[in-house]
Design a protein around this ligand. Structure first.
Ligand SMILES: [Zn+2]
Length: 249
């Protein structure tokens, strides 16, 4: 047997697929050929590594239980047959991976978008009080403030006068939040300014309210009748809630 013939038959020989005459001539060649002997040894090592499981990875028992529990929770009839089980497992794992990834991604996107918006709202409030530019139109008369926005914005913001209830309307201002020009209505309670930011909302679901405290400011956010509102001030939350309630009336 030549070395070339031997190389072609090496894997069949290692797998025990040659007839006895073939095996004998391979053995006599290998005894005389260091190169073929080395290849035979490599193949033996590889096949025993596979058999011993050294190249396999076994999924942890906990993962298996979690996937099985998730499938049972979704469909109690799944898993009666072995093959149904295996397909269902694979499918459920895929669905879980997609769902978890999708949820995490959208939640992250939504929360980072919201964080940017909150930062925007606070910055605008702080800028308005620090730069001595609290209003563009200074008036406590809503009949002066409301028409002032006409022609400057493509929507008409409310300019409710709450002077009698202890929140004096100071005026209005154009501002820029969430990549668009918006209306800022300014109120005053004792020494504190309150900014009410208003712009049209994409959210068509009814009234929804959130409260949050950031960087020493209180914020109340709601959407109503196609408009989004952000009320922000260093005023305490109880009084700011009162202001929000009056504005929503
Ligand atoms: Zn050889």
């Amino acid at each position: 047997m030549t070395c070339r013939e031997s190389k072609n038959l090496l894997t069949a020989y290692v797998d025990g697929e040659l007839d006895s005459a073939g095996s004998l001539s391979m053995e006599s060649h290998i005894q005389a050929c260091a190169s073929c002997l080395a290849e035979v040894e490599n193949l033996h090592a590889l096949s025993s590594a596979i058999e011993n499981g050294a190249l396999r990875f076994k999924a942890p028992q906990r993962l298996k239980r979690n996937v099985q529990a998730a499938i049972r929770a979704q469909n109690p009839t799944v898993g009666r047959t072995f093959f149904g089980w295996r397909w269902a497992s694979a499918l459920a794992s895929l669905v879980l991976i997609v769902a978890v990834t999708w949820t995490a991604a959208t939640r992250w996107a939504r929360s980072s978008e919201e964080t940017l918006l909150v930062n925007d709202v606070i910055s605008s409030h702080v800028r308005s009080t620090m730069a001595n530019h609290i209003t563009d139109v200074a008036s406590s008369d809503s009949h002066t403030v409301k028409p002032w926005f006409a022609g400057k914005l493509d929507f008409s913001p409310p300019a409710k006068d709450l002077t009698e209830q202890g929140f004096r309307l100071v005026g209005g201002r154009l501002d820029y939040i969430d990549h668009r020009p918006i209306a800022a209505l300014v109120y005053r309670r004792s020494q504190h300014f309150i900014n009410l930011f208003v712009w049209p909302s994409n959210d068509t679901g009814g009234t929804r309210e959130d409260e949050l405290a950031r960087q020493g400011y209180n914020l109340i956010h709601w959407t109503k009748s196609g408009m989004t509102y952000w009320l922000v001030s260093e005023l305490n939350l109880t009084e700011l809630r009162e202001c929000a309630r009056l504005l929503q009336e």
